[in-house]
Design a protein around this ligand. Structure first.
Ligand code: IMP
Ligand code: MG
Length: 173
């Protein structure tokens, strides 16, 4: 495989959109503290940029999700939480790199609900709406994209390309 010569989304486009999302989020949570729960690994880069532009108080937590696509356990998602703080009564904002089928976000939301947060919203940098299998309430969307595999800015192909500052299309070579 190879990646597109030109980015689908440039670093400048991403920067502008992240600033807009941060402004929107800061306005909506005025007077509250946000418990940002970031989905590893893909969401880490987006969350790092986003929270530095949010103007209300933020605490930062992480969770990890693994999905199994084997024949017996198709679409089963295992969620690993790092329970540094309790989410009870908190204003939780789940930060993800991309919503594809929605299975991962949906499983994570179910898992986090158990902790009884006061509110729970979802922020994803990218959304592939045509791929959705499980509906997910998406409160803050960076960009809506076509059904194409993308890498960069946290997103990987077999663990590579996460470090790229822009987002590229994966092309068959
Ligand atoms: P889901 O299908 O919504 O559960 O998405 C599962 C995960 O697949 C996402 O969190 C990403 O890690 C990964 N993923 C989905 N689409 C892409 C893509 O285009 N590039 C890289 N990773 C992707
Ligand atoms: Mg991945």
């Amino acid at each position: 495989m190879r990646i597109s010569e030109r980015p689908l989304l440039t670093a400048a486009q991403i920067r502008r959109r992240v600033a807009e999302l941060a402004e929107h989020i800061s306005r909506d949570y005025q007077g509250h503290e946000i418990t940002v729960v970031t989905v590893l690994k893909g969401g880490a880069i987006f969350a790092a940029d986003l929270i530095r532009q949010i103007t209300v108080a933020v605490t930062l937590d992480f969770i990890r999700a693994k999905s199994y696509e084997g024949t017996l356990s198709r679409g089963v998602v295992e969620v690993m939480v790092f329970p540094e703080v309790s989410l009870a009564g908190k204003q939780v904002l789940l930060v993800e790199d991309i919503l594809d089928t929605g299975r991962t976000a949906s499983a994570i939301l179910e898992r986090l609900k158990v902790e009884n947060p006061a509110t729970m919203k979802v922020c994803a940098l990218l959304d592939k709406p045509t791929r959705r299998v499980t509906p997910v309430p998406l409160d803050y969307r960076g960009f809506s994209i076509d059904d194409r595999f993308v890498v960069g800015y946290g997103l990987d192909y077999e663990e590579r390309y996460r470090e790229l500052p822009a987002i590229y299309l994966v092309e068959d070579s």
